[in-house]
Design a protein. Structure first.
Length: 74
């Protein structure tokens, strides 16, 4: 996620820690299919940066990226 958000206003250390925490608490636990996109809900509906997949406080990740993040693989 750090690479994905590097050039975004959401790429700060504090924000990355918050998004990672939300990922671990929710998205990671609910993940089932690496063919389906996954969402990390981390902010308010006003949070957006379409260039990195953030819309309405949700970071969109591909299923493959989610799988790699969950398993620690590339």
């Amino acid at each position: 996620m750090q690479d994905k958000l590097r050039n975004s206003k959401y790429g700060t250390q504090d924000t990355l820690e918050h998004i990672t925490k939300r990922f671990d608490e929710t998205t990671k636990r609910l993940f089932r299919d690496k063919k389906e996109p996954q969402y990390v809900v981390f902010g308010s509906p006003l949070d957006k940066d379409p260039s990195v997949g953030i819309r309405q406080g949700q970071l969109k990740l591909t299923g493959r990226v989610t799988f790699a993040t969950c398993t620690g693989t590339n």
